[in-house]
Ligand binder design. Structure first.
Ligand code: PEP
Ligand code: MN
Length: 337
């Protein structure tokens, strides 16, 4: 349930409500806004007498949460969450573009890509060092060497780094280098990994599984928040449908829906969403128009030579053209980019 305190509620009144809930074994998540304090409470409601809380001084309203996700719920946090990554804000009305190759392949490839995406206006560099590949014979990533190359690119360009963490064992290593921890589509419901990532004090980019409903995706985010990590960015990256021409079906309807149900920022990955470079720019434009807070785009200095996801990777030239179009659209929408 969510306890909305009166805007004049005193600290003592807030404390009294919190103590009462804690005494009844509720888990408390306090959100102190400028205007008023909201207390998210997860626990067994039958332990409290009927409408007992509503009668306490300072309480304005008690709202039961019917959806299974609570901390992720807009009801709990009516204002949109802004996730800070260094000096950047994701979800604050601006548009952040994360771009780079699918995988870090070697130093030259990654540094070249980093310079190119930075020049075109990206603020965050993507690149996998640990890759979740369908085939065990495919390139699996450079692992720690890849992370070191990403750190070198950050030092040179000032771009922040988003990179995937695949398991709890390598989490401390990846967290040492990453500015944003990416949880891939295949791991969205790896609840053990979610619980571990929740303990790390770093923003998380949570990709939607290709087979997850929006509710399942939000429940995965709930694991992160319930474990103490409130810096969650949702990422729509396409779902499986009966269509075979495209790699996935990019579910742009998930953008306004997730933003309606939740306060978390939502970014869109049109590259995996459609799987063919030719259609990445139009889908990126559509994502921005649908209200996305940012984009995750695969860019490779030479897609034809890419070890991973070449067919969906933009050339630096096409990425630059796309960024110019996105900037025009952002301006029309009154959003900074
Ligand atoms: C990726 O970003 O390269 C990736 C593997 O994405 P997803 O988990 O969405 O398939
Ligand atoms: Mn990829």
């Amino acid at each position: 349930m969510i306890v909305i305190m009166n805007y004049r509620a005193t600290d003592e009144e807030i404390d009294a409500v919190v103590k009462r809930l804690e005494k009844n074994e509720f888990k408390i998540h306090l959100s102190r806004g400028v205007e008023r304090t909201i207390i998210g409470a997860v626990g067994d409601k039958t332990r409290l007498g009927d409408s007992a809380l509503e009668a306490m001084p300072g309480v304005e309203k008690v709202v039961p949460v019917l959806q299974p996700y609570k901390l992720v719920n807009r009801l709990f946090h009516p204002d949109a969450t802004v996730v800070k990554v260094g000096s950047l804000e994701i979800g604050g009305g601006g548009v952040q573009v994360m771009a780079g190759p699918c995988a870090v392949e070697n130093r030259e490839q990654l540094l070249t890509a980093a310079r190119q995406v930075k020049e075109a206006g990206a603020t965050i560099l993507r690149g996998g060092a640990f890759k979740p590949r369908t085939s065990p014979y495919a390139f699996q990533g450079l692992e720690e060497e890849g992370l070191k190359i990403l750190a070198e690119a950050r030092a040179e360009t000032g771009l922040y780094i988003v990179t995937e963490v695949m398991d709890a064992g390598t989490l401390p290593l990846v967290a040492e280098y990453a500015d944003i921890l990416q949880i891939g589509a295949r791991n969205m419901q790896n609840f053990f990994l979610l619980r571990e990532v929740a303990k790390v004090n770093k923003p998380v980019l949570l990709k939607r599984s290709s087979a997850a409903t929006i509710e399942e995706w939000l429940m995965a985010a709930e694991y992160l928040m319930a474990g103490g990590n409130y810096n969650v960015i949702l990422c729509e990256r396409g779902i499986r449908s009966f269509e075979t021409y495209t790699r996935n079906t990019l579910d742009l309807s998930a953008v306004p829906v997730a933003k309606h149900l939740s306060h978390l920022p939502v970014v869109v990955d049109p590259s995996h969403g459609i799987g063919k470079w030719r259609f990445v720019a139009p889908m990126a434009m559509a994502a921005l128009a649908a209200g996305a807070d940012g984009l995750l785009v695969e860019v490779h200095p030479n897609p034809a030579e890419a070890l991973c996801d070449g067919p969906q990777s933009l050339t630096p030239e096409n990425f630059t053209l796309m960024m110019a179009e996105l900037k025009k659209l952002a301006a029309v929408m009154g959003r900074s980019m």
